[in-house]
Design a protein around this ligand. Structure first.
Ligand SMILES: Cc1cc2nc3c(=O)[nH]c(=O)nc-3n(C[C@H](O)[C@H](O)[C@H](O)COP(=O)(O)OP(=O)(O)OC[C@H]3O[C@@H](n4cnc5c(N)ncnc54)[C@H](O)[C@@H]3O)c2cc1C
Length: 402
C-alpha cells in the first residue's frame, strides 16, 4: 500500500502524540503511516510537565511530585502544586507503549526509514522515504534536526552579537543531567526542584544567560540532577561535568555518589515564527511547528493539546488547520524574556525570583501555559523589575530591534 489517509513524518513526541490522538478519536479507522529514521528503542529523553487532572499517559509515568522548589535571588521556598502535579514520562516507556498500541491496530503502519522529502503531490501530500514514494490526504511533518537550528545560532555567534539573527532571538536551553545514587539520604522525594540558582551565574567571559540546577528525586537517595542553561553558547562537556560535580559536593553536600544514567540535550528557545502550514496538504507539528514554548523550553503538554486540536479540526472540517491560537501578547512576553536573558543575563536570577516569590504558583503556571486572562497577566507583569521589561518592550516594539 502506498496511499494513506495520514502520514506522520517523524515518530518522536509530536508524531506519536498525534497518532494516539487520532486513535483515540472517531478517526481511529483511518489508515496511518508513521515514518522515523530511528528505531526509538533507547531512553533518549524524559518529558516532564505540570498538569491538572489525570495525565494522558498516566499508567506510564515514571515519577510524579506534589511540590516544587525554587531557590535563588534571596528566595528559597517549597511550593505546593495542587491542583497541579509535576510528572515525568520516560521516552523509552512512551516509545514501547506506542509500538504495542499501534501494533494492535490494523490501520497503523510504522516504518523505519530516512525521509527525503515531504510536500504536495498531484493529489494530496507526497512523502519520499529511502527512494520510495508514499501519498496521503494529509502529511504532518515533525522532522526536527537540531543542526539546522544550532548552525543558525553558530552563525549568529560568529557575528558581532551572539544569539541575534535579524529580528529574532536564538537562545538555547542546554543541559547535562546525571541520575545519581547517594549513600546518605538527602533528597525530598515529593519535591521537584525546578530552579536552584545556587550555582555560579557567570564564567570567564561574563554573564551569558542563566544557569541553574534542576533536580527530580526518585527517592531519598536517588535523583536526576541536571545542570541547565538558558543561553546562546553551548559549553564543553567538561564544563557541564565540573558544574554538576561542584554542585553535588558543595551545595548538596554529598560525598560519594554513583551515576546510573545520563541525559543531555539542546532545546531551541526562539521567538522566530514557525508557520504551521508547510504547503496545501502538509502541516508542521512538534518543534518544527513551533510547539516549544520560547521562554521555557517546555513542549510535551503543548504537543499533546495540539494533537487533540488537530484531530478535532479534521473531524469538524476535514482539514487540520483550525487549531486554537493563543493571544498575541504571549509572543511579546516570550520575546521580552528572551531579550532580558540575551542582553541582561545578570538580571535573570532576580526576574525569576520575583516571578516565583510575588505570584501565586497557579497564576504563574497559567501564564506559562498561555491561559491566564489579560488582567491576570498584567498583575503578574507588575511583579517583575519594571525597567528591564520596559526597555525590552521599547527595543522590540518601538525600535524594532533586538
Ligand atoms: C533531552 C531532552 C529532554 C526534554 N525534556 C523535556 C521535558 O521534560 N518537558 C518538555 O515539555 N519538553 C522537553 N523537551 C523538549 C521537547 O518536548 C522534545 O524535544 C520533544 O521530543 C520534541 O518533539 P518533536 O516531535 O518535535 O521532536 P522529536 O521528539 O525529536 O521527534 C522528531 C523525530 O523526527 C525524526 N526525524 C528527523 N529527521 C528525520 C528524517 N529525515 N527522516 C526520518 N525521521 C526523521 C527523528 O528521528 C525524531 O524521532 C526535551 C528535549 C530534549 C532533547
Amino acid at each position: 500500500m502506498s496511499h494513506y489517509d495520514f502520514i506522520l513524518a517523524g515518530g518522536g513526541s509530536a508524531g506519536l502524540n498525534l497518532a494516539h490522538a487520532l486513535l483515540r478519536s472517531p478517526l481511529r479507522d483511518r489508515s496511518l503511516l508513521i515514518v522515523d529514521q530511528d528505531a526509538k528503542d533507547t531512553n533518549d529523553r524524559t518529558w516532564c510537565s505540570w498538569f491538572t487532572g489525570p495525565h494522558p499517559f498516566e499508567p506510564l509515568l515514571h515519577a510524579s511530585w506534589d511540590r516544587i522548589r525554587f531557590s535563588g535571588g534571596g528566595y528559597d521556598a517549597v511550593l505546593p502544586l495542587a491542583p497541579y502535579r509535576y510528572a515525568m514520562l520516560r521516552g523509552i516507556d512512551f516509545y514501547n507503549y506506542s509500538r504495542e498500541t499501534f501494533a494492535a491496530s490494523p490501520h497503523v503502519t510504522w516504518l523505519q526509514g530516512h525521509i527525503e522529502s515531504v510536500g504536495d503531490g498531484n493529489v494530496g501530500a507526497q512523502v519520499t522515504v529511502d527512494g520510495r514514494t508514499f501519498t496521503a490526504d494529509w502529511a504532518f511533518d515533525s522532522r526536527w534536526d537540531l543542526h539546522d537550528y544550532t548552525s543558525t545560532t553558530a552563525v549568529a555567534a560568529a557575528g558581532l552579537c551572539s544569539a541575534r539573527v535579524g529580528r529574532y532571538h536564538y537562545l538555547q536551553q542546554h543541559f547535562l543531567g546525571w541520575e545519581i545514587v547517594v549513600k546518605t539520604p538527602c533528597f525530598d522525594s515529593q519535591t521537584a526542584t525546578l530552579f536552584d540558582l545556587r550555582t555560579p551565574q557567570r564564567d570567564d567571559t561574563g554573564w551569558d544567560g542563566m544557569r541553574f540546577m534542576y533536580i527530580l528525586p526518585f527517592s531519598e537517595r536517588s535523583a536526576l540532577v541536571e545542570f541547565t542553561l538558558f543561553s546562546a553558547r553551548l559549553l564543553s562537556q567538561a564544563d557541564y561535568e565540573a558544574a554538576l560535580r561542584d554542585y553535588i559536593r558543595d551545595v548538596l553536600g554529598v560525598g560519594e555518589f554513583c551515576i546510573t544514567a545520563k541525559e543531555n540535550g539542546v532545546i531551541p528557545m526562539t521567538d522566530q515564527p514557525f508557520p504551521r502550514r508547510a504547503s496545501r496538504y502538509v502541516m508542521r507539528t512538534g518543534t518544527r511547528g513551533g510547539r516549544v514554548k520560547a521562554s521555557s523550553g517546555f513542549a510535551f503538554f503543548r504537543t499533546v493539546q495540539d494533537s487533540h486540536a488537530i484531530a478535532r479540526s479534521l473531524i469538524a472540517h476535514g482539514h487540520p488547520f483550525d487549531i486554537p491560537v493563543p493571544p498575541r501578547r504571549y509572543r511579546l512576553f516570550d520575546s521580552m524574556l528572551l531579550q532580558i536573558l540575551y542582553r541582561r543575563g545578570d538580571l535573570a536570577e532576580r526576574v525569576f525570583a520575583d516571578l516565583f516569590s510575588k505570584n501565586p504558583l497557579d497564576r504563574l503556571l497559567r501564564f506559562l501555559d498561555e491561559e491566564g486572562s489579560l488582567w491576570e497577566n498584567l498583575r503578574l507583569m507588575a511583579t517583575v523589575p519594571p525597567l528591564p521589561f520596559m526597555s525590552a518592550w521599547l527595543r522590540l516594539k518601538l525600535f524594532n530591534r533586538i
